[in-house]
Design a protein around this ligand. Sequence first.
Ligand code: AMP
Ligand code: MN
Ligand code: MN
Ligand code: MN
Length: 311
Amino acid sequence: MNAQDTTPSSLAPGSSSFDPGMTLEQACHIDLHLHSTASDGRLSPQELMRLCHHRGLSCAALTDHDTIDGVEAAAHEARALGMTLVPGAELSTRWQGVGIHVVAMWHGQAQAPMTALLERLAQARHDRALEIATRLEKAGLDNALERAREQSPGARLLGRPDFARALVAAGLVPDMTRAFKRYLGAGKTGDVKVHWPTLEETLESVRRAGGVAVVAHPLRYGLTRRRLGLLLDEFAALGGEGAELISGYQNDNRSRDLVSLLDKRGLYASLGSDFHYPGGALAPGTLSAAPRSQLLPIWQHPRLAPAFERP
Ligand code: AMP
Ligand code: MN
Ligand code: MN
Ligand code: MN
């Protein structure tokens, strides 16, 4: 049975309530990392909100890659469903040669420094797509840019998944996993990061826009524990507020280790599924449980708390 076909007993449609006083361990009805068709998700913002509601969520953040194009439609739908939508985006950055994702969230409208950053990211994504296309052409994918565009519905900006699907469609690889493994994953020819703003520039923009920034899925960069510590040191020193303690399904031992890494730096904890499409292992609100800790949840951050109030 697919995860999205079941509703965990703790989550029942229509019975959702969000208590800002709840701890991380108690956290339910909440998912602060979700994608829609505004980036590489497969559900429209409205469909996504309806699925969240169906799964008993009372509070969700839309965090599309480098865009807030879906936020207004999602907020509108969420309001109609009696849910809270926290505006956000998953921002592409670079740090020490690694592509690091930063989830930014804020209360109310996106402020000028945020819209300026998003414009810059749109340009970066455009320039990066040209370079990825050139590289994949050298690797044997003719007309790579057009082929990737064929995989991208509407006018949204191209991402690596569009190139991955183009590689599959052209028969160069059997599936998406292999496309990333051979061509687009970390360190491969199509993994182009130079266009992204630095972590420092990104955090400055988020701060000036009145938002809060958390490190997305800290365990998914393949960093050693020491380097992850360095990343979190620098993130905190640059004014970053937190990190995702839980991203989807996660090993309990690693979660406990993350608790101490965050605690040591006074970082808030966030959590989210990183849901992209139905049919996979994940659904909105499917998360491993957070271990017991003294960490503060990001919904209690003074700058962000108003965004979590009931509509
Ligand atoms: P981009 O934001 O354009 O750099 O593309 C990164 C996105 O590609 C991630 O957010 C995932 O949605 C997707 N992705 C990364 N690795 C894989 C993989 N191994 N298989 C399928 N999709 C992946
Ligand atoms: Mn993605
Ligand atoms: Mn990510
Ligand atoms: Mn994501």
